[in-house]
Design a protein around this ligand. Structure first.
Ligand SMILES: NC(=O)c1ccc[n+]([C@@H]2O[C@H](COP(=O)([O-])OP(=O)(O)OC[C@H]3O[C@@H](n4cnc5c(N)ncnc54)[C@H](OP(=O)(O)O)[C@@H]3O)[C@@H](O)[C@H]2O)c1
Length: 252
């Protein structure tokens, strides 16, 4: 019997996988048996990340597939020769942490293009083949800023909230076709965009009190959720937002 978490025979596309959480999810999907298409904006960086994965996971299959998720035409061109994709992880997004009134129309548009429009267009592009095969897994990487708000982060929270709504909407629409659509909402992880905060002992003290596990998340700690949601084991899980946040949303 095949292991319920095995991804043998599946092909996965992970956007924004040259570093950070995307890289760790791509690595874990490859370790579970999937052929992984490692996306980023730069072809050399994407190929290098794919090579790192095959180096770290003996016998795994990974290759670069470069495009900018905010560039619909570039995305379409890059996917023209791609194999059928069974698992889509919409991980790439944009960040612009400023007060709402400092975000002009162009800044808001950039946030929406990378975080909502890109994932939506990828779903549109890949869902027909998933439907034809009777199997699909879409995993959108949202944030605890989906259900929660704070000052100075309105654009990001709005975009991630939109991606969370897209998750539920497509779960409803694609469910009868064998496609599940879920989200992973990370909490505070030690990735490059958080480097300044990670160097601040005050933030570590605050997370010690504010999360249940009492610390920052390590990037590899997001990976198990992606493997689970991509696998047969999660066949009856859809429209769900799985917080991987050390208990942040549950804790006060
Ligand atoms: N880290 C956290 O604490 C945290 C918390 C909540 C949510 N998240 C979400 O998790 C996701 C990953 O965050 P991270 O912290 O891992 O970021 P990261 O380390 O900066 O990695 C971002 C990745 O996305 C790629 N990328 C950026 N813009 C892209 C675009 N337009 N098209 C394609 N690829 C793009 C980058 O590669 P190239 O530069 O090579 O293109 C890189 O591989 C984001 O959606 C973020 O909002 C993170």
């Amino acid at each position: 019997m095949t292991h319920p978490f095995s991804l043998q025979g599946r092909t996965a596309l992970v956007t924004g996988a040259t570093s950070g959480l995307g890289f760790e999810m791509a690595r874990a999907l490859a370790a579970a048996g999937a052929r992984v298409l490692v996306n980023g904006r730069d072809a050399a960086r994407a190929a290098e990340a794919a090579a790192r994965i095959t180096g770290l996971v003996p016998g795994s299959m990974a290759e670069g597939l470069a495009f900018d998720v905010a560039d619909a035409a570039g995305m379409e061109a890059a996917l023209a020769d791609a194999p059928d994709i069974h698992i889509l992880v919409n991980n790439a997004g944009a960040r612009d942490r400023r007060a709402f009134l400092e975000l002009d129309a162009a800044a808001l548009q950039r946030l929406m293009d990378a975080t909502v429009m890109g994932p939506a267009l990828l779903c549109r592009r890949l869902a027909p083949a998933m439907m034809a095969g009777g199997f699909g897994r879409i995993i959108n990487v949202t944030s605890i800023a989906g259900p929660l708000a704070r000052q100075g982060d309105a654009g990001y929270a709005t975009a991630k909230g939109g991606l969370e709504a897209l998750t539920r909407a497509l779960a409803a629409e694609f469910g009868p076709h064998g496609i599940t659509v879920n989200a992973i909402a990370p909490g505070y992880f030690l990735t490059t965009p958080n480097a300044a905060m990670a160097a601040d002992a005050g933030v570590a003290d605050w997370l010690a009190r504010r999360t249940s596990v009492g610390r920052w998340g390590r990037p590899e700690e997001v990976a198990g959720a992606a493997v689970f949601l991509a696998s047969e084991a999660a066949s009856y899980v859809t429209g769900h937002v799985l917080a991987v946040d050390g208990g942040y949303l549950a804790h006060f």
